[in-house]
Design a protein around this ligand. Structure first.
Ligand code: NDP
Length: 314
């Protein structure tokens, strides 16, 4: 029987399995949705819905036609050494998730712009002191990555009065947003920013991009918001930039190891606010809808939507 295999070596995906079965039942009654490591005949598996899929599974599925990431990122799939070469890899692209990301980036920007980092320190010491205020237009925010997440965040900040710029691999045009592209324009993009936001996908070119050389190019006293992936930031270089005062503070939503260990030094740093990979998520019903829609497309001979370019790695 045609099978969709839901698999993760790290997370419990029972509720997603249920959502997928509910989405498939009315439109693909012949599809069974199995949760790895539940037994399924390998020759029946047409697609996997995966989050950190177990090594050694995907290349045992001879009829596999789709590898669906259940998140916006795909690096957890691309890092597998046994990835079948020709099977398309899709990801979730959801406008509501992008709105959620824009909310998170607006909140984190306001955290620095309205000096809540300072106010929280004052609160702990019962100090009543009004911090200086300035207009949003005087605060320059730069978004690294102008994809589904970054573009929405840039528009939201712009609409809230901030002076916004964006940096991507290819040149983008967004009304009211200054755009920069490619490695050669990273330095001029970074130089004037008060707040730098990382919303890049994790690839070989973006791994460790927020390193000592990067921090040496940001304006002294700028703040960092990372909601891309933890591996974008070189932790020791971030700590050095914070401790030297080069950077004023950081909101970090993603980490190389999640959950962040209770012993991790990042929890204790006074200039770091840790958030638990909460910036934005698509609902399980939307994830299920998109994956089942792609299976229907494949069945009717169409290409699946939101597939990634294996060369670019995103
Ligand atoms: P997209 O693939 O839609 O966009 C990626 C953007 O990054 C594009 O604008 C792309 O440029 C740019 N980019 C990629 N590589 C480079 C590079 N080497 N130099 C400059 N720019 C580059 O991704 P999304 O916007 O959907 O998501 C981005 C990431 O956000 C995800 O991969 C995920 O890691 C993270 N995320 C985090 C969440 C959270 O809760 N913390 C939730 C959702 C996503 P171009 O447009 O020119 O191709």
């Amino acid at each position: 029987m045609a099978t969709l295999l839901v698999c993760s070596a790290t997370d419990d995906l029972h509720t997603l399995q249920t959502a997928l079965a509910q989405a498939a039942a009315p439109v693909m009654p012949d599809l069974q949705v199995r949760l790895w490591p539940e037994a399924a005949d390998a020759a029946d598996v047409l697609a996997v819905a995966a989050w950190h899929p177990p090594a050694g599974l995907l290349n045992t599925l001879p009829q596999l036609q789709l590898i669906a990431s259940i998140g916006a990122g795909v690096e957890h799939i691309l890092r597998l050494s046994d990835l079948p070469p020709e099977v398309p890899i899709s990801r979730i692209v959801d406008s509501q998730q992008a709105r959620g990301m824009a909310e998170f980036i607006l909140w984190a920007t306001l955290h620095f712009h309205r000096q809540m980092d300072l106010v929280l320190q004052q609160h702990a010491q019962r100090i009543w002191r009004m911090p200086p205020q300035r207009a949003a237009v005087e605060c320059r925010v730069g978004i690294m990555g102008l994809g589904a997440m970054g573009e929405q965040a840039a528009r939201c900040l712009r609409d809230n009065g901030f002076t916004v710029s964006g940096w991507s691999r290819s040149k983008h045009g967004i009304a009211g947003v200054d755009t920069y592209a490619g490695d050669a324009e990273l330095k001029p993009f970074l130089a004037p920013l008060d707040v730098v936001v990382c919303l890049l996908p994790l690839t070989a070119s973006t791994y460790g991009i927020c390193n000592a050389a990067f921090f040496s190019q940001v304006k002294p006293g700028a703040a960092l918001i990372n909601a891309g992936r933890g591996e974008h930031v070189v932790t020791e270089d971030l700590l050095a930039a914070l401790d030297s005062g080069r950077l004023r503070g950081a909101v970090l939503d993603t980490f190389a190891q999640e959950p962040l260990s209770p012993e991790d030094l990042l929890w204790n740093h006074p200039a770091i606010l840790v958030t638990p990979h909460m910036a934005s998520a698509a609902s399980e019903s939307e994830i299920a809808r998109q994956i089942v829609d792609n299976l229907l497309r494949i069945r009717s001979g169409k290409s699946p939507l939101h597939t990634i370019d294996r060369e670019r790695r995103y």
